[in-house]
Design a protein around this ligand. Structure first.
Ligand code: GRF
Length: 219
């Protein structure tokens, strides 16, 4: 990272961009000492792109439908990330499965947030699955991205109660509030040089994190 300017983030989105908004707000307030250099969406005309444009952040749409393979799509992403000299890549509701073409060059500098208490419920429909299982709590996990889908080392996890009468949407909204706190927090640890991917573990301040990451609780 350059010493004269703030670390450069790229945020990759596919839709609504509420986590992107949390990053925009955290950078603006100084809670996250970094700049968002680029927002990439694989879908055109999504709300997240408008959020970025309103904040004056450069955006680009790289539409996966225009590529013959996942690898070719990922190579286009890597080109764009390199061109913007990105230090940290934030997957924020980016609904594409990545290949080693992107993961390898950014290994240890590539974060995702998943709306479950990993290792529970990798993949899709996490909130409905938690409700169907009768779970009494749900949550979200920030983790390093490795080639294993939703399987990279967890960094930080926030838990919320499942309430009587919850739908997948009401539970998702409760979880999203926590996502917007823990994701910029994990990025802050990274840009401060405190968070590393070390083999198959995440370390914070040189201490290996537990298999479910730091358990976040409000001060
Ligand atoms: C969030 O629930 C996140 O956990 C998941 O995708 C959703 C993105 O929402 N990976 P948004 O686009 O950030 O509002």
């Amino acid at each position: 990272m350059s010493t004269t300017e703030q670390p450069r983030l790229a945020v990759l989105i596919s839709g609504r961009g509420s986590n992107l908004q949390a990053f925009i707000d955290a950078c603006a307030s100084g809670a996250l000492p970094a700049q968002i250099s680029l927002v990439i969406s694989n879908n055109p005309d999504v709300a997240g792109l408008q959020r970025a444009e309103r904040a004056g952040i450069p955006t680009t749409c790289i539409n996966h439908r225009n590529y013959d393979s996942r690898e070719a799509f990922d190579a286009a992403l890597v080109n764009e990330l390199h061109a913007h000299d990105v230090d940290l890549v934030i997957l924020a509701g980016f609904m594409r499965i990545l290949t080693p073409v992107l993961i390898e060059p950014y290994l240890g500098r590539l974060l995702n947030i998943h709306p479950s208490l990993l290792p529970k419920y990798p993949g899709l429909n996490t909130h409905q699955r938690a409700l169907d299982a009768g779970d009494n709590e749900a949550g979200a996990t920030v983790h390093f991205v490795t080639p294993e889908l939703d399987g990279g080392p967890p960094i930080v996890q926030a838990r919320v109660p499942v309430q009587p009468g919850d739908s997948a949407d009401s539970l998702a909204a409760r979880v999203a509030e926590q996502e917007h706190i823990i994701y910029p927090l994990a990025a802050r640890w990274f840009v401060e040089g405190r968070l590393l991917l070390s083999g198959h573990r995440a370390t914070l301040d040189d201490t290996p994190l537990p298999p479910t990451g730091v358990q976040y609780s409000p001060e």
